[in-house]
Design a protein around this ligand. Sequence first.
Ligand SMILES: Cc1cc2nc3c(=O)[nH]c(=O)nc-3n(C[C@H](O)[C@H](O)[C@H](O)COP(=O)(O)OP(=O)(O)OC[C@H]3O[C@@H](n4cnc5c(N)ncnc54)[C@H](O)[C@@H]3O)c2cc1C
Length: 319
Amino acid sequence: MATAVRLRPRLRIRERLSRFSSIRIGGAVEAVVSLSSSEVFGDVLDMYHRGEIPGPLAFVGRGSNILFPDAGLGGTLVRFEHGDGGAGCRWLSDGQVEVDAGLSLPALARDAARRGVAGFEFFSGIPGTVGGAAVMNAGAGSGQWSDLCESVLVATGGGGHEILLPQDLKYGYRTSALLENRDRISHASEKNLPLTRAVVLSARLRGERGDPAECLARLASHLDYRRSTQPLDEPSLGSVFRNPSGGPPGYSAGRLIEESGMKGRSTGGVMVSPRHANFFVNTGGGKASEFLELMATVADAVQRTWGVILEPEVRVWNA
Ligand SMILES: Cc1cc2nc3c(=O)[nH]c(=O)nc-3n(C[C@H](O)[C@H](O)[C@H](O)COP(=O)(O)OP(=O)(O)OC[C@H]3O[C@@H](n4cnc5c(N)ncnc54)[C@H](O)[C@@H]3O)c2cc1C
């Protein structure tokens, strides 16, 4: 992906993981490396091989779907991040775009809408990156990542690359083949292999021709809807549970939780949002242990009330 300036990865030693998760929870991590472009991904591997950063390496975007452990993590957190500028996004012909793993989804949605490329509007309210969306098959309302995805470029062991097509990626509701890989990639017994194919570097997406004014209007109405229904000004991880396939027809996880009487329920500094029952918010000093306890309480209430077993959508990382 072409960027104006090739910035070296930024290394920080001993950081709080809470700084790198949208719910502001998580203990210490040995090292954090931030990449402003996946072009410099090779530098991270060089740093690892030179012994400048400890393994295992763990790969994240904005941490908007990860519950980090209170006890912290050994090794290095590798973050793909971009500002909201045009970097990390190269438009090709016919609504086709090459996007860097660290590009923010709302920035991509705005850029597409301004250019009159339709289909990206739903990204406007998802506060993650291209890498996180490719792994999670992020989506909202009428759209999901896999509707737009033509291919994903991943880093493979030994420093190589591979292009994966939708049939390789096995996309389903908030899941993909990339998610089947371990979140944290251990190098323990692997001589020269700190990676599996799970590291997303970039992707090719395709939208449809549209009218810029109509695209921008759809984008604005997406955001208005979310602002009126979700606690966007409080730290959260978005939806905690996946919408279940069983249960009363048309009932979302949020509605099941709400109608089990759990809205507003707290454990320590973590609360079921009074605005959207499938969002847990950090009301101050929240801990992962409290989040997990509240998850268990809520899942139990829903099972007792509705006979439905809720499954987590958030990624829970262990120390
Ligand atoms: C307020 C709010 C609203 C939300 N609304 C929605 C919504 O409507 N729809 C929806 O689908 N989600 C939603 N989410 C959840 C989240 O934003 C999405 O899952 C998003 O795709 C995660 O992107 P991320 O960059 O933050 O990924 P992270 O949370 O950093 O990571 C998620 C997973 O992807 C992996 N990963 C991330 N980047 C890479 C990479 N480059 N290579 C390999 N693995 C990687 C991580 O290891 C982890 O397993 C919401 C979250 C919040 C806080």
